[in-house]
Write a protein that binds this ligand. Structure first.
Ligand SMILES: Cc1cc2nc3c(=O)[nH]c(=O)nc-3n(C[C@H](O)[C@H](O)[C@H](O)COP(=O)(O)O)c2cc1C
Length: 439
């Protein structure tokens, strides 16, 4: 069968662009307005998206108050509360949530995802993160954030425990025989009794096995241990490559590691985050983006640019070209990328700062046709199995994608016209995992 794309929607915050809430016609309160979130989920479902993804952070983001006070991206609903409510007003779309292996317990996480999977009829996915924001530590009674390698070690064991807990009952354990009075067969219940280096969990889980067996496992770590965790455990990877070359390298690396781990490479879908701005013409799309970027306040934009350059840029002429600055010990690749962008697009300091402070990741800016061309190329060249779509502003940016880009992709046979199955695993073409304790 010809390859086709998978699309998930990055919905926490509803747009990652820090100026989104100021765009003309945008719903400024969308992160906390359930009626808006419900309409977004229903529109995404009508467009046959694979999943609605609620990222999560356990602290307001670690940026300066100057930047923080101007951004809508730092506050949003707790994912399970929102996704449970959305499960009741949607039927097919997957519901993915982030949950942290550093600041949570496996028993809690296993219960929440098992519950969401039952409530939604098999549509839950868990984005396993180890939490990168060190400020989270102080919200959970710790002075220090655990070290990176240590966090990933716990994450790996955590995955074994959570999936083991989901397997606590055989699929047919609950016989509910009203005649004999037997509710479940104890022969079909497994007590995990896990005692490892990091975790100690007895079990069993007090919830029947999820509809999907296990909710879909997502991973978004990009580091060496992050990629390894993905290769061993993940069924979907969210990532943030800057361009197609970087994406191909990451794709080959993760799929190669999967083979080494004895897994089928088709059982993992790699979905880079892509910021999509559409217009009737490429020029119009670029103008929309420029307008959006111009809504990023200069003070916060220049603060972000200074960090990226490793050099205080607050004294630069905002309307002049970027002056020469010496290379520093800060991120070398990030700095090089900025210099290239400033040079290629002839951006002033202000435009560069606002571009960077708005949304600095991979962007497809053009007409439905040009963006579909790019997506098709990424799919064909094994740079992606689909995308995690980041909207520029809502509702218009989401409507453009669902009403203009999706039909273009469908017309090319690159995206489903209808859901073929009922569960998120079926949307992704992933097998239902066998229960490790019961055949
Ligand atoms: C598309 C995408 C979504 C992410 N979502 C979250 C999230 O919801 N919560 C979180 O703490 N980190 C999130 N991250 C960050 C990753 O979990 C990870 O910390 C980051 O990519 C750095 O990789 P590393 O932890 O392997 O060093 C996300 C990353 C990407 C690319």
């Amino acid at each position: 069968m010809a390859k086709s794309l998978h699309l998930t929607a990055f919905m926490r915050p509803v747009s990652l662009h820090t100026g989104a809430w100021r765009y003309p016609g945008a719903y400024a309160d969308a992160n906390f307005n359930f009626q808006h979130l419900k309409s977004f989920a229903q529109k995404l479902e009508a467009a046959k998206f694979d999943a609605f993804f609620m990222a999560d952070h356990l602290a307001v983001l670690n940026m300066s108050v100057e930047a923080l006070k101007r951004s809508h991206t730092v506050t949003s609903f707790e994912p399970f509360t929102l996704l449970s409510a959305l499960a009741g007003v949607t039927e097919k779309i997957g519901l993915a949530a982030t949950a942290s292996t550093t600041y949570d317990e496996p028993y809690h996480i296993a219960r929440r995802f098992a519950s969401l999977d039952h409530i939604s009829g098999g549509r839950a996915a868990w984005n396993i993160v180890t939490t990168s924001n060190p400020d989270a530590a102080r919200n959970f009674g710790h002075d220090e954030h655990a070290e990176h390698g240590e966090r990933y070690k716990r994450a790996r064991e955590f995955y074994d425990v959570v999936t083991g807990l989901w397997d606590s009952f055989a699929d047919d354990a609950f016989i509910r025989d009203q005649e004999s009075g037997i509710f479940f067969d104890p022969e079909k219940m497994h007590v995990l009794n896990h005692k490892g280096d990091e975790l100690s969990v007895r079990g069993p889980l007090n919830i029947a096995r999820p509809v999907q067996g296990w909710p879909v496992i997502v991973q978004a770590g990009q580091s060496e241990p992050g990629r390894q965790l993905a290769a061993e455990t993940a069924e979907v990877v969210f990532c943030a490559p800057r361009d197609i070359a970087g994406a191909k390298t990451l794709y080959a690396d993760i799929k190669g590691r999967m083979a080494a781990a004895g897994r089928d490479r088709d059982h993992l879908k790699i979905l880079p985050a892509a910021f999509i701005v559409l217009g009737e013409t490429v020029e119009e799309a670029k103008a929309k983006r420029a307008q959006l970027d111009s809504l990023v306040h200069y003070d916060s934009a220049i603060a972000s640019l200074s960090i990226a350059l490793g050099h205080d840029a607050s004294g630069f002429d905002p309307d002049g070209p970027l002056p020469e600055t010496p290379e520093t010990n800060a991120s070398k690749s990030g700095r090089a990328q900025l210099l290239k962008l400033a040079e290629e697009e002839k951006l002033t300091v202000r435009q560069l700062a606002q571009r960077y402070g708005g949304y600095s990741g991979l962007a497809f800016v053009g007409t439905p046709k040009t963006v579909a061309d790019e997506m098709e190329a990424w799919l064909a060249q094994e740079a992606a199995d689909g995308f995690t779509v980041v909207f520029p502003f809502l509702p218009q940016g989401l409507d453009d994608v669902t009403q203009k880009l999706v039909p273009e992709l469908q017309g090319r046979g690159l995206f489903r016209r209808d859901y073929e199955g009922a569960t998120l695993r079926e949307h992704f073409g992933l097998p239902r995992p066998a229960n490790r304790f019961f055949s």
